[in-house]
Design a protein around this ligand. Sequence first.
Ligand SMILES: Cc1ncc(COP(=O)(O)O)c(C=O)c1O
Ligand SMILES: C[C@H](O)[C@H](N)C(=O)O
Length: 390
Amino acid sequence: MTEPNIDSLAGWVSPQGVTQPAMAEVSGDALAIRPAPAVGEPGTAGAMQHFASDNYAGICPEALTALLAANDGHVRSYGDDEWTLRASDRLRELFETDCDVYFVFNGTAANSLALASLCRSYHGVICHELAHVNTDECGAPEFFSNGAKLLPAAGEQGKLTPAAIIEVVTRRGDIHYPKPKVVTLTQATEAGTVYRPDELRAIADTAREFGLRVHMDGARFANAVAGLGLRPAELTWRAGVDVLCFGGTKMGLPVGEAVVFFDRSLAEDFAYRCKQAGQLASKMRFLSAPWLGVLEDGAWLRHATHANAMARRLAAGLAEATGLPTLFPVDANGVFVRLPSRVEEGLRARGWLFYNFIAAGGARFMCGWDTATETVDRLLADISQLSREA
Ligand SMILES: Cc1ncc(COP(=O)(O)O)c(C=O)c1O
Ligand SMILES: C[C@H](O)[C@H](N)C(=O)O
């Protein structure tokens, strides 16, 4: 194999003498250097958008700009930097209360550590049976709480109800059964629905009646705020929520979630819990600064509003193209529909990625901050054609 010419790897020089990004391809003993396709061309990372998850999207411009702005010189580590202080203060302004804020790397850690702060190992955590903490965190909530047991309950449209909570709490009172101590709810839910303030308040009132704390998995909290058009405070502490895990990842941040304690007493020693769990970033500014980027000018809500609008466009187009109803109301950025298997197979054969394993069956199409109208329309055209052929 010929030795690669490092210079030529630095960039491919076109016949016109223009250097552009290059990529190397090995074929047999030869090393071919050719121009890298521009992002957005077929076959490149930016070519095709998908609907598998809002986690597929890249970093939104506002978060990236803030991340790069934070990359300036030396600052104190482990959260003692200006960026982290400013981002925490900005969240206190957003929620209109003196909440305690911690930045961690992902939602599973946020949920698990927050739940562990609200209960002891012998307690129970009431959740919806479709809750992410129950279905997609690989036992992390139980692990980080040293054994607290998740107590799943059913509920229409992915939502818990006071009656379901009361059933779990009163199911048993003997020493052999874990004592319920926390209610966790997901806003927006895993079924793409949202809890209205009155629903939240009813759940919180029931929780208080039985001495339970209220945790909110807000991986898509921004989409719920955008969907309801209400203030974040109305959908959290004013409705009785004790702690919110505010999702940054799906809003367009590179990584990271904010654990927001509205009752500061519940955050006692939480920093130690983060450190012990490997969730205390030494270069915390690179977790916190992107939050400033999206919070400063309301980009967080703008992007969530766009994602929700794309989901509504998709749902409307689906009804028109197939006559199929969505499995749940499209309150946020997710669309669930039961497509004929031939249509699903055809979509996958055309390169579309989407999940089937979430919520109560059907296919899930999740729109993100960057989902393009053209992408929605291309998907709809494929669904329409495949449905006609099915
Ligand atoms: C409802 C919900 N909660 C929490 C999470 C966080 O999971 P992760 O640990 O993948 O960031 C997700 C997925 O991203 C989610 O969909
Ligand atoms: C399910 C998966 O873990 C991710 N939370 C998602 O919603 O795509």
